[in-house]
Design a protein around this ligand. Sequence first.
Ligand SMILES: C[S@@+](CC[C@H](N)C(=O)[O-])C[C@H]1O[C@@H](n2cnc3c(N)ncnc32)[C@H](O)[C@@H]1O
Length: 267
Amino acid sequence: MEKLAKFLNEKQGRRILDVGTGAGNFISLIKSVYANYEEIIGIDYLEIAVSSAQKNFIEDDKVSFKVMDALQMDFPDESFDIVCLSNSLHHLVNVHAILQEMERVLKPGGYILIGEMINNDLDARQISHLKLHHFAAKLDRIKGDVHNDTYSDIEIIEILRKESTLDLSDSWRLEYQRSPGNSDEEIEYYINVLDQLVSRVIDPMKKKELQKEADEIKDYIKKNGLDGCTTLIVVMKKWNYWKYSIVVIAKLDTNQLFIVIVLALSF
Ligand SMILES: C[S@@+](CC[C@H](N)C(=O)[O-])C[C@H]1O[C@@H](n2cnc3c(N)ncnc32)[C@H](O)[C@@H]1O
């Protein structure tokens, strides 16, 4: 968290966009370490997500939400200092196209900030979360929704390197205060989540098979407890090439400048 706080607080008054905002959880995380933002906008293509996010931030007039598809955003080019995407990479139909849109609305010198839960180096309690999450993803896929299993940190970085044109400038695992254990109510809640998920399956054969899988996950959760999977943060920078070219040219002496002009004309 300290590293995220340091990164955000390097500049005050930032304009921030959170893509695929859901209920606005990533905005809450940003607000917990960065107070002096100029504006934060969250977008999601689901109306139900936007209306629940709006309820969560009703008292903050610098935070607003819009129903918008990340594949085609209504914002002009170069509108935001930071564009975020949290826990959504494994939900996207077209990662490349969405990253291109995120890059378009990002100001030169700005950052794309990715937060994504990872599937590696987890302890027994976090594996409960992973099992529950992958079970939910499987049921979403049966319904026809795009919901892949989560990735390892190496896979996330590979995807971003392949699908984004920006340079990866930093990445780290988010450190935060972890809960020491779970109350009986919390465990009961997770058991109910699994029952709810199975209750929505219509096909009786599939339901029987999934019930068996859910029961195994329930036993695992009861034995080990549950805690959230680790989050990987990745920062990518949109370099302001013009600014750097002008600085470099300004530092050249007459002879060097002459060579640069000749080379530029010969291309
Ligand atoms: C797992 S949720 C993550 C929510 C939130 N960012 C968080 O970290 O808790 C993924 C969200 O991405 C949204 N989403 C997926 N594809 C999208 C798209 N093309 N445009 C806008 N939202 C999208 C979904 O509706 C969903 O609310």
